[in-house]
Design a protein around this ligand. Structure first.
Ligand SMILES: NC(=O)C1=CN([C@@H]2O[C@H](COP(=O)(O)OP(=O)(O)OC[C@H]3O[C@@H](n4cnc5c(N)ncnc54)[C@H](OP(=O)(O)O)[C@@H]3O)[C@@H](O)[C@H]2O)C=CC1
Ligand SMILES: N[C@@H](CC=O)C(=O)O
Ligand code: NA
Length: 365
């Protein structure tokens, strides 16, 4: 049995809890050896040696955290998990830097880490290296972070397989943001009528954006993904040195809250309309793209124009498209599909948890 503890039952963590509960209650999957034993948000926590019941997972707000008297305390949370019998995975579903900085400590206590949080792998390279070193042994503990790039799409597992089998990465190019994909797929196509700010609102309410959509529009979310892809491919990329095109209007970069930003964004609809009209007039559309150059150890993140017959121009919804050009795949290996949203992200985390179960031979209940 693999013990699982979730840090941050927000949009993504909440969807993961729902999927785990549905799975536990499905006769088809009754033997899945995963038991949720811990939950913590920024206020409360609960750790139990006895797995939480599936019914309680569905109503975690009242049944688990609501009924707990314990105030959130991450060091104590980790100590309680490390004291449990068997293998335990901590799933960090926050977007918090300080939580990501705890991974080395968790790993040193023998806890596995599974996460969609990009910070641990795209902040300072020394943190990335520490995490890599502490999870390098086949005996564990393990780190899986598939959902940090392309949500549940099998991007990092594919890249890892290419690298570990000795292929050479020439270029990784694509649309890595579900939010920016949705925005430009709907805003920048011939005949579109939606305003830019309306598209941002839909992306936010659909659960594609970061908690503050400026983290998507300023290019940093894509820069983090480019950094992670580059590092997994063995390059020394850092978000501080990547050229990143920030499309947040200057006047809104410093506003104090995401709410205030959303309220004022319509003031800039004309600015985005002009950019788009110019692209359309030249027979192109706007798409926000990221690129890892494996030959020159570089990366870039920018808003670019693509001809209407380019594969990026016909993308739909929040789809990501990632093209790996390698020595073995001179015609790129392409992965495409929904790259943001709670359910598809939770799927990627869940699939990583199953990998931990398989790798460490945790047996069915
Ligand atoms: N949305 C998407 O499509 C995708 C998201 N991701 C990543 O998934 C992660 C989660 O995103 P999302 O669910 O939208 O975020 P939310 O803001 O909805 O949820 C964040 C959760 O983290 C908790 N939290 C924050 N700080 C702490 C802390 N210090 N200690 C304990 N708990 C804390 C919050 O608790 P409280 O409620 O008490 O504040 C909340 O439960 C992010 O890293 C995001 O980048 C990755 C791929 C796709
Ligand atoms: N905000 C991100 C979520 C996934 O990483 C995106 O839009 O892609
Ligand atoms: Na992925």
């Amino acid at each position: 049995m693999l013990n699982v503890a979730i840090v941050g039952p927000g949009l993504v963590g909440g969807a993961l809890l729902e999927q785990l509960a549905a799975h536990a209650q499905s006769p088809r999957f009754a033997s899945l050896p995963i038991a949720v034993v811990g939950l913590i948000n920024s206020k409360k926590m609960s750790v139990s040696a006895k797995p939480f019941a599936a019914e309680d997972l569905k109503q975690w707000k009242t049944a688990i955290l609501g009924s707990s008297a314990a105030a959130a305390d991450l060091p104590q949370f980790a100590d309680s998990l490390a004291a449990l019998k068997g293998s335990t995975a901590v799933v960090d579903c926050t977007s918090n830097d300080a939580v990501a900085e705890l991974y080395p400590l968790w790993l040193s206590k023998g806890l596995h880490v599974v996460t969609p949080n990009k910070k641990g792998f795209s902040n300072d390279i020394s943190l990335f290296r520490k995490i890599q070193q502490l999870s390098a042994s086949p005996q564990g503990p393990a780190v899986y972070h598939e959902a940090t790039v392309g949500a549940g799409l099998p991007i990092l597992s594919t890249l890892n397989d290419l690298v570990r089998t000795g292929d050479k990465i020439v270029k990784i190019e694509g649309i890595f943001s579900g939010t920016l994909s949705y925005l430009f797929n709907n805003f920048s196509i011939p005949g579109a009528t939606q305003k830019f700010s309306e598209c941002v609102s839909v992306a936010k309410s659909s659960g594609y954006t970061e908690p503050d959509p400026r983290d998507d529009l300023n290019g940093m979310d894509v820069a983090r993904k480019v950094t992670i892809l580059g590092r997994v491919a063995g390059l020394e990329l850092g978000i501080d040195t990547l050229p990143v095109e920030n499309i947040v209007p200057e006047a809104l970069r410093g506003v104090s809250s995401a709410e205030e930003f959303m309220k004022r964004l319509p003031e800039f609809d004309e600015h985005f309309k002009k950019l788009n009209d110019e692209a359309l007039a030249s027979g192109s559309v706007l798409r926000y793209v990221g690129m890892v150059d494996g030959v020159n150890s570089q990366g870039s993140v920018k808003l670019a124009r693509y001809a209407l017959d380019h594969p990026f121009a016909s993308l739909k919804g929040s789809d990501n498209i990632i093209a790996f050009t390698t020595e073995r795949f001179p015609n790129p290996l392409i992965i495409q599909g929904a790259g943001a949203g709670a359910a598809v992200t939770a799927f990627g985390i869940f699939a990583d948890l199953i990998k931990v179960c398989e790798r460490f031979g945790t047996s069915p209940a």
